[in-house]
Design a protein around this ligand. Structure first.
Ligand SMILES: C=C(O[C@@H]1C=C(C(=O)O)C=C[C@H]1O)C(=O)O
Length: 136
């Protein structure tokens, strides 16, 4: 196993100290800010990986729905998810209005993906049936 060269690893161009405050702020304050931003960067990276895994799962749902001609959205499921997430947000001291907006934002993107998958599936099926009609 080789150790990855940090100059070619993902994020090589990223400067964790990029800031508009550099020339106007006490260096000690900047150091404290950079330390906190280190945690923010780790959280953001985790969010990206979490979202990628969630979209992998929802893509699978999209293909399943397309194969079985199910509608892209499921409003009853969404209602239950939003109620659950609002409760979790309150427990976690996160603004439930923000949690709901965030989930709705993600779900609307997922539904769009499902629509695209469904259209692609329908057009592939169309090609298949046109081909078998032509053979008949
Ligand atoms: C993923 C699904 O499809 C849609 C997207 C949802 C989501 O992102 O959680 C929930 C319900 C559906 O409107 C599903 O039906 O489970």
């Amino acid at each position: 196993m080789s150790i990855e060269d940090p100059t070619t690893a993902s994020g090589a161009e990223y400067d964790p100290h990029a800031s508009s405050l550099v020339n106007t702020t006490d260096p000690a304050v900047l150091d404290e800010l950079y330390a906190i931003r280190g945690s923010i960067d780790n959280f953001d990276a985790t969010l990206v990986y979490l979202l990628a895994e969630r979209f992998k799962a929802t893509q699978r749902v999209g293909y399943l729905k397309a194969r079985h001609q199910l509608p892209p959205s499921d409003p009853q499921r969404e209602k239950a998810q939003i109620e659950r997430l609002r409760k979790l947000a309150i427990e976690a001291h996160l603004d439930p209005v923000f949690a709901e907006k965030f989930l709705n934002f993600i779900i609307s993107e997922v539904i769009h993906h499902h629509q695209v998958i469904s259209e692609e599936h329908a057009s592939e099926e169309g090609v298949g049936s046109r081909e078998s009609n032509a053979r008949a």
